[in-house]
Each structure stands twice: as C-alpha cells, then as structure tokens.
Design a protein around this ligand. Structure first.
Ligand code: GLU
Length: 302
C-alpha cells in the first residue's frame, strides 16, 4: 500500500490542501502503508522552488511525514517524453494549431469539469494542410480519445463514468510551450512511484477516466481512487488560493498544529469534538466509512 501527496507548489497551502493531505496520509498509515511526496511543479510560470520548500515545511508542521526522497515533476521531462513517444507510436497523438480564439469556436462547453470539449478538427487535417500551419505556429499536442465509456469505482463517490469522445474530447498531452500536461505526468509518476492509492479532492474525479485510459494505453498499473468532498467557503464557494485567511500562514497565527488537525479530524467525523490531536493519534480512529461524502462549509474562525 503506497499513498501519495501531490501538491502543486504555486503558493502557500490552504485549508483544502491540508484536508486532502491529512486524509491521504491517514488512509495510507492506517493500513501500515508508505507515503510518497511529489511536487507537481510542471508549470514554470506558476511554481517556484521556495514554494516547494514551504509546502514541505507545512506538511511537517502539521505532523505529516513521507518516505523516500521527494520527486519533482520539473526534473522528469525525459520520462514524460518517453510516454509521449509511446502514445505517438500508437498513432494517438496529433498536433493542434488552434489559437485560443479558434478553440473557442472548435469546442462545445459541456465537458464534465467545466472545460470545453474539443471537436477534434486538427486531428482531421491532412499532411498537406498541416505543413503550412506548422511553419507559422508551434502546435500543442493532443491525444485522440476513443468512442468509449470509461468507468471507475471510487472509494467515496461510488461509480463514475465518462464517454471520452463525447464528454471529454481529445485532450492536451503537451502544451505549445513544451510543458507536458498534468494528465500525462500524473499517470507516469504514480506508476513510477509505486502509488497504489490516490486520495485527493473531488474536483479531480473527472480526470479519472482520462487517467485510466492513459494507464491502459501505457500498460501502467491502476491505483485505487478515493475523492474527498471539498471544503467550501462560508458563502458556499469552493475554497481557492485567493481565500487568504484560510492559507496556512494566516491559520498559523490563530491555530496550533494540534488544534488545526482537530478541526479537520472533526470535519472528517473521526472525533466527536474539534479538540487538539495529532495525525499520529488519529491513525487508529481513521475509517473510510466515517468520512463525509458531500462538500461542506467548514466551521472555522477566519
Ligand atoms: N497537484 C494537484 C493539486 O495540487 C493534485 C493532483 C493529483 O492529486 O492528482 O491540485
């Protein structure tokens, strides 16, 4: 059993990240499993090494530990290139020359995660049509998805399925600036790191069918998935990085690690009152059956 933390070091951790990290850790440790850490710093425009160092200090402050050396996605380009070539070799990859404006016209706005469904037009270009386009523009690279329904059985959310062509469309594997996409990196890395259980926020549930399909195409093992309900701001919005009051730096002014873990453990129904407690003390109290399934507003003084 191997669980993982996969934070994106694009700023300070906020309460939502801590919630996912605590429960991912408890799930692994309560089964005597190992925990690995991967810094998802693929996007050089958004991620900084100092944020990565801060994320690690924050996890440690909370009382969460991990095994092995942390893995940085920014150092793993060669592995992603290999997987990309493998998919290319299967005839599944094509260049997409669409500009932002063209994408708008080429997409239907009803994908599962609020993103758009690309209509695949660049995948139908002939080599003669492609030639002149590639002289003026650096393409992004998309993978051609099948007319196939892909289902998973999630530990908390139950059955989830998506018809890839209809609900998702051909998705990006590599951006025009050369950065590999999250969907590709995550399946390559989870497999390379031996991850057997993925616990993260419900906002990523809609990525699972794409990830399962990529795993199948790349002959990678399939981990088990558990998608946690999201913490909402008092007005019912999803917590976001802009909710500065719920960023760890600010929370630390008002909470000790014990008291913050207590608030989260209470929200997870692991303890009856939001009393101070450590992650280690929570290990014997953890059970998937106790966890809430619906998004909820966390009762916390902001
Ligand atoms: N890096 C992503 C995030 O911080 C998580 C990706 C994952 O868990 O697969 O939201």
């Amino acid at each position: 059993m191997v669980g993982r933390f996969a934070p994106s070091p694009s700023g300070r951790m906020h309460l939502g990240n801590l919630w996912s990290c605590l429960l991912a850790w408890l799930s692994a440790r309560s089964e005597g499993g190992r925990m690995v850490l991967r810094l998802e710093d693929l996007d050089p425009g958004r991620c900084r090494p100092e944020h990565a160092a801060q994320v690690m200090r924050d996890l440690e402050w909370l009382g969460l530990d991990w095994d092995n050396e942390p893995v940085y996605q920014s150092q793993r380009g060669e592995r992603y290139a290999q997987a990309f070539r493998e998919l290319e070799g299967q005839g599944l990859v094509y260049p997409c020359f669409c500009t932002r404006k063209e994408l708008h016209a080429a997409s239907a706005p009803h994908a599962s995660d609020g993103a758009a469904v690309y209509d695949g037009r660049c995948g139908r270009l002939s080599p003669e049509e492609r030639g002149p386009l590639s002289q003026n523009r650096r393409p992004a690279w998309r993978v051609r998805v099948p007319e196939e329904e892909i289902s998973c059985s999630d530990r908390l959310q139950g059955e989830y399925s998506e018809h890839l062509a209809r609900d998702c469309g051909d998705f990006i594997l590599r951006r025009s600036d050369g950065v590999y996409a999250y969907q590709l990196a995550v399946v390559v890395d989870d497999a390379a790191m031996g991850v057997t259980q993925v616990v993260r926020g419900r906002d990523l549930l809609s990525s699972v069918p794409r990830q399962l399909w990529l795993q199948e195409k790349l002959a990678l093992p399939r981990p088990e998935y558990g998608h946690l309900p999201l913490l909402l701001a008092p007005d019912g919005r999803r917590l976001a990085k802009r909710d500065r009051d719920l960023e760890l730096g600010r929370l630390q002014e008002r909470y000790t690690a014990r008291s913050l873990v207590g608030v989260l453990a209470h929200a997870a129904n692991l303890i009856d009152r939001p009393e101070g407690i450590t992650p280690r003390e929570l290990i014997p109290l953890f059970s998937w059956d106790k966890l809430p399934r619906e998004d909820f507003v966390l009762d916390i003084e902001a």
